[in-house]
Design a protein around this ligand. Structure first.
Ligand SMILES: NC(=O)CC[C@H](N)C(=O)O
Length: 511
């Protein structure tokens, strides 16, 4: 426990996307919360297709939800006031304080920026008023100098609210010294004055070998290295965006611990279709967490065999149902799905694809489109976005879930109800995200899938608690901060702001 209540703030920036900002922010939140500090996470602007619905029906990025949990809080819209959900190469839906505001291309978005900066700063100020500490997460890199003028999430925020900044660099990807140095040096002097120092992330190897580089970095920049964080396996749950998923072929099981018991029978193979606009892929994490369930992502025609051979195929959520369905057809994966006899589960966008027809003047503007026709259902897109936290039942177990969609599915009497959706034979569809996180339901569903796939001997492990896994991950991140960060120095930065007299480096900081 700390001998005082620290009050203050910090912004965690990164040299690149996926440098580990979300993980570090979550870790700092958990570390502070464990010491009785009332801390809240904040990310002014997030670009992600993994989102969640707060208790009062606001849509925010999933990473801020995990960080709120790390802080012991219910998530609120203020923690991520602006969420950009890319739907095409250049277009995004702009979600402001949890509700969709507009669908814009990258140029049109510039016109919104001043207004949105004010919205974000108001959210930040509300959190500051309510909590002792606010830990902000930047977006991308603060040295995207082409975007600096309109910036809301990095130095634009830090300058507007006088927030000290630490920059996280990913040493595993290489070039960490150049990117840490260059990120600072490209910024203008006033921005540089807020960059207090660095965190090296994802380090594997001998610390002694790193030390000379750290010394040089300190000398060249006049700044601290607050810590060197180790490479940690399996700490990705909820804290990644879809960009990071590009590198992943399998959903790694988190460390389930020894208390969960084991499954019986042969492994169950799950193939998850990774379309270009896959959304809410955190739905898959609960499957990957089950011992004996092997999850693979399928994203090209070359992998069609996986679709044919898997025990279960999952069509997950999609931010662009009609164009992802078109992609499914062009890759030939659609016919592989249609030819299957074994289980298929469609979730939200994936459920919509399984319908007979999709009427969409809203998301794609394509009008009437033929679906895969595996379920006796039709979809009608509406302008209003449905954001809710439904609770229902299946297989005699309570299921708490969340919904994020414009498309409304209706099904006819041939189908049996399943959650809010339906089932015919070995094809299941639901609009609900997060259903698989409900442990008893997930086990019952997996047992049913196993028998439908002819693996009657499979029986899921009796004791996996998905909520407990999340908690353990957050604890591990809190431990990481406690162990590998100079926490006294970090606390002093949070309380006192960036030290006076930090040198400004050329070229950004003058000659
Ligand atoms: N969450 C989802 O999969 C959304 C599906 C679809 N894009 C819709 O808005 O209706």
């Amino acid at each position: 426990m700390l001998n005082r209540t620290p009050k203050g703030t910090l912004l965690v920036a990164g040299t690149t996307s996926d440098a580990g900002k979300s993980v570090v922010t979550a870790g700092i939140c958990r570390w502070l919360a464990r010491q009785g500090v009332r801390v809240a996470p904040f990310k002014a602007q997030n670009m992600s297709l993994n989102s969640f619905v707060t208790a009062d029906g606001a849509e925010i990025g999933r990473a801020q939800v995990a960080q709120a949990q790390a802080a012991g809080l219910e998530p609120t819209a203020d923690m991520n006031p602006i969420l950009l959900k890319p739907g095409g190469e250049r277009r995004s839906q702009v979600v402001v304080l949890g509700k969709p505001l507009a669908d814009v291309d990258a140029m049109e978005y510039l016109a919104y920026k001043d207004r949105l900066r004010a919205v974000a700063i108001e959210s930040y100020r509300r959190l500051r008023a309510e909590f002792d500490v606010v830990v902000c997460e930047g977006a991308g890199s603060p040295a995207e100098i082409n975007l600096r003028r309109g910036d809301i999430a990095n130095m634009g925020l830090a300058r507007a609210a006088d927030i000290p900044v630490v920059v996280v660099g990913d040493i595993d990807r290489g070039g960490v010294f150049a990117s840490l140095y260059g990120t600072l040096a490209l910024l203008e002097a006033e921005d540089q004055a807020l960059i207090a120092g660095y965190l090296i992330n994802k380090f594997r190897g001998a610390r002694e070998l790193l030390e000379p580089g750290l010394d040089t970095l300190r000398e060249l920049t006049g700044r601290r290295v607050y810590g060197v964080l180790p490479w940690l396996d399996g700490l990705w749950m909820d804290l990644e965006d879809s960009l990071a998923l590009d590198n992943r072929r399998t959903a790694e099981p988190p460390d389930a611990g020894s208390h969960t018991g084991s499954h019986t029978g042969a492994s169950l193979h799950v193939a998850v279709v990774r379309y270009p606009r896959i959304s809410n892929f955190t739905d898959i994490d609960a499957l990957a967490a089950e011992p004996g369930v092997v999850v693979r992502f399928v994203s090209s025609a070359a992998e069609a065999a996986e679709i044919r051979e898997a025990d279960l195929v999952v069509l997950p959520g999609s931010r662009a149902t009609v164009s992802d369905l078109d992609w499914l057809r062009r890759t030939g994966l659609a016919s592989a799905v249609a030819e299957r006899r074994g289980p298929v589960l469609g979730i939200c966008g994936g459920y919509q694809m399984l319908a007979r027809s999709i009427m969409d003047e809203v998301e794609s503007g394509e009008g009437l489109v033929e679906g895969l026709g595996l379920l006796p259902a039709t979809v009608e897109f509406g302008p209003e976005k449905i954001l809710s936290r439904p609770v229902g039942e299946a297989y005699g177990h309570r299921v708490a879930a969340y919904e994020i969609h414009h498309g409304v599915v209706s099904f006819d009497g041939e189908a049996e109800p399943f959650l809010d959706g339906c089932r015919v034979g070995t094809v299941w569809g639901t609009t609900w995200h997060g259903a698989l996180e409900n442990d008893a339901f997930r086990r019952a569903f997996l047992a049913e899938i196993a028998s439908a796939a002819g693996k009657d001997d499979f029986s899921p492990a009796p004791g996996v608690s998905f909520a407990a896994l999340r908690e353990r991950q957050l604890d591990a991140l809190g431990d990481m901060i406690e162990r590998y960060v100079d926490t006294d120095a970090l606390l002093s930065l949070i309380e006192n702001g960036a030290p006076e007299g930090l040198p400004a480096l050329p070229p950004g900081g003058g000659s």
